[in-house]
Each structure stands twice: as C-alpha cells, then as structure tokens.
Write a protein that binds this ligand. Structure first.
Ligand code: ASP
Length: 601
C-alpha cells in the first residue's frame, strides 16, 4: 500500500496513529534541526515534522514524497485554525524509513504555493498547466466543475433523461459561426465539420422517439478571438418532446437549484422571474440584464422631441440624408449616476474616454446641483422648461449626474447599458453576494442583416428552427421585424448562461422561415435536408435548451475567466501554450490528409 491516509483528512482524533502519506512538498520551513514540511495531496495539506536533518536537507518544493510517521496533536498555541488539519502534525520516523523521495522536481518556472505573493503571467501558467493545477485554488475549481456535472447528471437521470452522444465528425450545423473543418484522407476534397452544437442531432433524436435527451457536449465554433471565448466549449445540451416553454423552464430551474444547493449551499428562489426581451431592452438596454442593482434606463425620446439641442432632437419626419436614423428608430435615453455631480472634471473627462474606447462619439451628461439647477457642458443648450423638468423626468436627485445616449435605438441603448454597468461598479451598487437569475423570453425571431448585394435581409436571432409565438404563427413573414419567437435565455448577474427555444416541427412552417431568411429550398436541402426529411415522418412537438457549462462554473467559482474552470484551456488567441497547438503540418501530412485536393466541380 503506497499510503494509508489522505493528507487533508487528518484530525485530532488521529493522534497516536501511525500513518503513511504521499504527496508533494508544498512548503518547507527550517527551525534549527527541525524541518516543517507542508505535504499536499489532492485532499489538502498537513504539516510533517522532520527531525532528521540529513533527510530534510535535500527536500525541495514540489518533490513527490512518501512519509511514514505518527500523528500527534500540535503543541499548545501552535494549532493553525486556518487549516482543516491545523490541530495535528505528522512526526516522520527518523531516517529514510520516515521520508522517501518518490521523485524530485526540477527548479519551478513559478512558485506553486504563495501564488498571490508573486503574480505569475497566465502564459507561463498555461505552459506548465500541470503545475498550475496543483495550486489549491485551481484544484478547487476543477473539483467544483466535477461536482457541477455530477449534480447535473444526477438531476437529469432523476427526470429520466437519456445521455446520448452525438458525433463530433459531422456536417455544418446552424449556430451561425464558422465551422472548424477536418480533411478526410480517404476522400480527398471532402471535409467534416466539427459541430457548433448538437442542435440537429438532438432534434433527430426527438423524431427518433427518445423524448428526453441530454448530453454534456463539446461544441466548436471558429469565431473571432475575444477575451473570454474558447474555440471549444462545453454545454449541457437538452431536448424534450411534447414539451412547451414551461416544461423546459421547470427542468432547467430544477437543475440550477440543485447545482447551487450542492456546490454553494445556496437556495435559488423559484420560480425564477421572467421578463420579455422587449422589457429587458427597454429597462436595461440589453437582453442580459444584471438585476443586482437599479439605475434603469429612462427613455427621454419624447421629452426631447422638440428640444433646441440638436444632438437630442430626432430626425423628425425628414431624415437628414443617407444613413441617418429614421424617426422610428430614434432614441434618447438616460442613466442616473447617484452622487455623480461631485465627480471632478478629470473623472468626467474619463467617462468621455471610456465612451470613445467603446466606439461612441462621447457621453453627454448633466450634473444636478444641490440647489436643483443643472450644470455640465450641454445644460445651456436645453430649453428652460427642459432644464426645470429633467430631474423629475429622469428620477435624478440633487447631487446626481445623468448620462445620455442618443441615436439609433440599438446603439444608444447599448451605450447606456454599458454605462449603467459601469455606474453600478464605480458606485459600488452591485451586490456581489447576490445571485440574480432571470429568464428573458420572447426574443424577436429575426433581425435585419446587410446582404452581399447591398440590400437588407433577415437572419434568425436564435436559430432558424425556433418557433414563433402563437400570435405570429400565421403571418410572421408579413412582419418579420416584429415577429416574436418562443425562445428563452437564462441570465445570471448579467451573463447569459443558457438559451433555447421551442422548435418548429412542421416542414411547411420551417419552409416559411427559410423563405424569410432567404434560404432557398436547394440550400436548405443541401445544409440540413436530412432534418427536413426526418420531419416527414411524424416529428413530435419539441423544444430544448443549452446551458454554457464553462460560464456557469466560472460564476460558481467566483472567477472572472472561464479559463480558470477549464483544465486545459486555450489562450485568448486560440493557442494551446502547453502542447503548442495549433502547429504547422509536414508536406507529407498535407498530402495524406488531402488538404490540397482540387475543389470538386
Ligand atoms: N443549440 C442552441 C445553442 O447552442 C441551444 C438550443 O437552442 O438548444 O445555442
């Protein structure tokens, strides 16, 4: 037997027992003739006392050891309450019997312990991920993630869901990103695509009568690099037959409640509140509202309809030339920053820089002085009546600052949504102990897209298999800009952690959606003809959802980056520091893989 006990399991009741441990030297301190070695294994750390100087001398950080010794209560006053094993220590037997070096460690590229004392660049950590993962906080994140997936499997099993695997080598799937492609050696010029999600397969499983499917599935999307995006990521993917939104919502809430209870001991209140997409956009300027604080957007479009201030006055009925927003699309909104009137000039200039770094022209503001009069550069451009009524209109109090966004509705709201979050953080309004879940439902079915020929067309907001709400089922093609879908997103503290929809299960309606997004029958057939064919054979009504497991775990672990909850993540630029992937291939590999095969005609 290599060991009898886990290091982190020893307690006062083990005093007097002889134990054999195995693990790594986390820390070593010498005290004239006695060395204290913190021995770490996956269960935790215990202090080992090595009285034999000759044995202690060669021990270095991260050596792998086997220790035989007796557990003893620490001398009075020496207990370490910060450590679960802090009441005891293990006194190693004298000589090599007591401490055996199982393997030595080379000099470390960065300290594994006391990481906080010496911040280490992420690239180095990722290049030596096996050392990085020895650090207790990383080990904790990996454990947390396993606890999450265990709980998910337990709940899904309890609801009779079947875990079904779907292929990784497949055809293009319709989540709207670019595919990663895999050449096929035996059929030069032919390529597999890695799935962007198991969407089509889970719908096929519904046609197959599986009724309740789930999978903890890897998804691959070749998108532009962004700080916290991974080219491969994991979803809890779910699909149910004979289900409506209520069924999917109830199941998802059950899983979320179980995960939060199991991992954090926190009770998530249910039902989780719901908000329509339109309400989320109106109140928060985003479909991912952070409900941990107020400072909601105030629509002042009508208030400023006739303002002398040109920047706030809409285009009216005569748009000012090409590219100007239409009267319909014009929006002026505000966000109140409590206490913001006392910001020094420099800080107010800082806001302008912040806004331009986000691509906005600037961030107009007025300051509400203690006597109720308005200050700031634009105040004098407003009419007297506007100045007088503005505080009441926006809910600002003396001492506050009001920021404004004006322009196309989507852009102005996006700027104000970001301003609101920034105000929330800068003013300390965000309660970081809260878990604010919200369902955002009834997203639009379509959004406009610029077509290659310069015209505008429509694209599906979720994906083209999403069903319209009953209200739009008969005539969504006549008003694609208004049509709402039976889609739902689950949002937590301003992050979207999942989304899904009730699907279209009739080919006639599916075809109408394809018509709106300009997908010809031939194109639809070539891309997912197999799904449309399957829908010829009695498809059941169905719907589903996918939860982003990486983000979910990052939120639970309280870390900013999803990389911290992925054992072997890639950097923000898609590289794997550890293996050096992606890497060039040899001419022979190229030939073999058929990468250069002439395109088929
Ligand atoms: N397949 C969708 C996605 O990955 C989720 C769903 O509709 O179930 O976003």
């Amino acid at each position: 037997m290599i060991r009898t006990h886990d290091a982190g399991s020893l307690r006062a009741e083990h005093a007097g027992h002889e134990v054999t441990l195995a693990g790594w030297v986390a820390r070593r301190r010498d005290h004239g003739g006695v060395a204290f070695v913190d021995l770490r294994d996956s269960s935790g750390v215990v202090q080992v006392v090595v009285r034999d100087e000759e044995v202690a001398h060669p021990l270095r950080s991260e050596f792998c050891l086997r220790v035989v010794g007796e557990v003893s209560a620490r001398p009075a006053g020496n207990a370490n309450p910060a450590l679960p094993t802090g009441d005891v220590e293990v006194v190693a037997r004298p000589g090599r019997d007591g401490v055996e070096v199982l393997s030595e460690s080379a000099a470390l590229p960065f300290p594994v312990e006391e990481h906080h004392a010496t911040p280490v660049g992420e690239e180095v950590r990722l290049a030596h991920r096996y050392l990085d993962l020895r650090r207790p906080e990383m080990a904790r994140a990996i454990r947390l993630r396993a606890q999450v997936t265990r709980t998910i499997r337990e709940r899904m099993g309890a609801h009779d869901f079947l875990d079904v695997e779907t292929p990784y080598l497949t055809r293009s799937t319709p989540e709207g990103a670019r595919d990663f492609l895999v050449p096929v050696r035996l059929q030069p010029g032919h390529w597999y695509a890695l799935p962007q999600s198991p969407q089509l397969f889970k719908q096929l499983l519904m046609v197959a009568g599986v009724e309740r499917y789930y999978q903890i599935a890897r998804c691959f999307r070749d998108e532009d690099f962004r700080a916290d995006r991974q080219p491969e990521f994991t979803q809890l993917d779910v699909e149910l037959s004979f289900a409506d939104t209520e069924d999917v919502v109830a199941l998802t809430e059950d899983v979320l409640v179980a995960v939060w209870r199991e991992v954090l001991g926190h009770e998530v209140g249910t039902p989780i509140p719901r908000m329509t997409y339109a309400e989320a956009m109106r109140r928060f300027g985003t479909d991912r509202p952070d409900l941990r604080f107020g400072c909601e957007l105030v629509d002042v479009t009508a208030y400023f309809a006739d303002t002398p201030f040109r920047v706030f006055r809409g285009p009216g009925s005569s748009p000012e030339g090409q590219g100007a927003p239409s009267a319909d699309d014009w929006y002026v909104g505000g966000v109140v920053m409590p206490g913001g009137a006392s910001q020094p000039r420099k800080q107010l200039d800082g806001w302008q820089e912040w806004a331009s770094s986000r691509g906005a022209k600037g961030l107009a503001y007025v300051l509400v002085h203690d006597d109720g009069t308005l200050g700031g550069p634009i105040a004098k451009n407003l009419s007297e009546a506007e100045r007088e009524g503005l505080a009441a209109e926006t809910g600002a109090r003396p001492g506050d600052c009001v920021f404004f966004g004006a322009g196309r509705r989507a852009e102005a709201r996006a700027l104000l949504a970001a301003t609101r979050l920034e105000v929330g953080e800068r003013c300390g309004l965000v309660d970081h102990t809260r878990w604010a879940f919200v369902w955002v439902v009834e997203a639009p079915m379509f959004e406009p897209v610029q077509l290659a020929d310069g015209g505008t067309g429509w694209t599906a907001v979720h994906h083209p298999f999403t069903a319209p709400t009953a209200e739009y089922a008969a005539d969504f093609e006549q008003r694609p800009g208004e049509a709402l879908s039976q889609a739902y997103d689950i949002v937590l503290n301003g992050s979207e952690i999942g989304g899904g929809s009730i699907r279209i299960h009739r080919s006639e309606m599916q075809q109408r959606v394809f018509d709106v997004i300009g997908l010809s029958r031939a194109e639809a057939d070539s891309q997912f003809g197999f799904l449309l064919d399957a829908f010829e054979y009695g498809p059941p009504p169905h719907g589903g959802i996918a939860l982003g497991l990486d983000r979910l775990c990052a939120l639970l672990a309280g870390v900013d980056s999803i990389r911290d909850v992925i054992a072997f993540p890639k950097t923000a630029s898609g590289g794997d520091q550890l293996t050096g992937a992606p890497s060039p291939i040899t001419p022979a590999q190229r030939r073999d893989a058929g990468v250069d095969a002439p395109p088929e005609r």
